[in-house]
Write a protein that binds this ligand. Structure first.
Ligand code: ZN
Length: 444
């Protein structure tokens, strides 16, 4: 399969963070990766491939080399910095995306319609969610005999359950001047038409039937309302991919491919696919937790490298992989004046002196040299000086790691729309760079 086909597979299946993790897990498990559980003792061996899942929505996977190359101190100017090729190479992305989440007590009945109560998760462009076919996916907590161990069931509807209709232009003639949508009033999806007999909607009864369980046994859930539209090629030369969830399944897809294919003889390669990036990452399964640092120390201990763990970590390198902003065809003035990435012309290296993107000239130079050695196209991204722009998990995770860090990703248009747009050629470039990052020995 090509990287684009692999991406399309994840875009279709990764409809919630739970399902993105399940899909990536399937790829890893079928390639022989062995699952580890945090609560167990770990026995790691050279040449081993492992993964771990945290709260169903964050996934770590790593490969251990057959050897551990201590490296020789480089000569010349570099020797004063004692730098050498990192033996621990980390790359991270996120599994979540801006969307709507279903609240508890979900049923709303109004004027003949059954609706569900939702809240907005992350920085969604709200109007793009109108008039779309929508499904529901996530996980459901079900009553069990042991109150501390509720049964957790993943669920994804296999059809369109909801839609949020726009208001007709005849009822708001000012609509094309811009409409402010109220998150509580205007974003409630319609689920059904109510019968005239006064019977109300019952979303939990529907869920119970879907899962073949009793409604009373549904205790809680984390359910994402997702856009059910398919990923598609767009353009007279198929130059674009248009799809829901490109931010950041492009990166998750490329990192799993890179870990599966990019092997080298020594050290550790690790990918971390975190939840909760779109709400700030400071959660138990987000990049702002101690989890990654803790996991690395535990891995090194499991490999008998406890005494040199701090030094190993200090020499590690971290790729934070998330989408960048391509220059907009109708709004080029929103981009920086000298750095205007175009979709399809390669991955972006992202920098911000405010450190909203991890910015480290040493790490940037590493990526540039890896791209040049592999013939991989890259571009530079910075925000306009009068636009704050977004941030990524790179700056947050690297605050807990003493690693060289760089933010990279494919350029995107319509970021945080229900349907986003990328250049078709860029997925192969991203996967190729991530693979090269994992497999390259010290000398290119
Ligand atoms: Zn993102």
């Amino acid at each position: 399969m090509t990287e684009r086909e692999i991406l399309f597979d994840l875009l279709r299946n990764g409809v919630s963070p739970v399902h993105a993790v399940l899909h990536c897990e399937r790829r890893l498990a079928s390639a022989g990766f062995r699952r580890l559980y945090y609560e167990d003792a770990w026995e790691l061996s050279p040449g081993g491939c492992y993964y771990m899942i945290h709260h169903d929505t964050t996934l770590f996977a790593f490969t251990v080399g057959e050897t551990w190359d201590e490296g020789s101190a480089p000569s010349g100017a570099a020797s004063r910095r004692r730098s050498r090729a990192p033996q621990i190479r980390l790359a991270a992305a996120h599994t979540d995306y801006p969307c709507l989440k279903i609240k508890p007590s979900p049923d709303v009945a109004s004027n003949g319609y059954a609706q569900v109560n939702v809240e907005v998760y992350g920085g969604a462009i709200l109007n793009t969610w109108l008039d779309r076919p929508l499904g529901v996916a996530g996980r459901i907590a079900v009553r069990s005999e042991d109150p501390f161990c509720p049964q957790i069931i993943p669920y994804a509807s296999d059809r369109n359950l909801f839609t949020i209709p726009n208001l007709a232009i005849h009822m708001n003639r000012e609509v094309n001047k811009g409409v402010e949508l109220n998150k509580q009033v205007d974003m409630l999806p319609v689920a059904a038409l109510l019968p005239k007999d006064g019977k109300e909607g019952d979303f939990l009864a529907f869920l119970a039937e879907e899962l073949s369980i009793r409604k009373e046994d549904i205790l809680d859930y984390e359910l994402t309302v997702y856009c059910t539209e398919e990923p598609e090629f767009v353009g007279i030369n198929d130059d674009f991919i248009s799809s829901p969830r490109l931010d950041n399944l492009t990166s998750c897809s490329a990192l799993v491919s890179a870990l599966l294919k990019g092997r080298r003889s020594g050290g550790i390669n690790l990918i971390a696919l975190f939840d909760h990036e779109e709400v700030g990452s400071s959660t138990k399964q987000g990049a702002g937790s101690i989890l990654l640092h803790d996991l690395l120390l535990r891995m090194l201990k499991g490999l008998g490298r406890e005494s040199s763990a701090q030094s190993d970590l200090y020499q590690s390198m971290f790729l934070s992989v998330d989408v960048a902003h391509g220059v907009h065809p109708n709004q080029a003035g929103k981009s920086d004046i000298t750095n205007k990435p175009v979709p399809g012309r390669g991955i972006c290296i992202k920098e911000a002196s405010a450190q909203s993107y991890a910015t480290d000239c040493e790490a940037v130079a590493v990526v540039q040299q890896l791209c040049e050695a592999g013939g991989i196209a890259y571009q530079r991204f910075v925000n306009r000086s009068d636009q704050p722009g977004g941030g990524t998990l790179g700056a947050i995770a690297s605050a807990l790691l003493p690693a060289k860090t760089v933010d990279i990703g494919v350029p995107l248009l319509a970021m945080h729309s229900a349907r986003e747009l990328m250049g078709s050629a860029d997925q192969e470039a991203l996967a190729a760079l991530a693979k090269r990052f994992f497999e390259s020995e010290s000398r290119l």
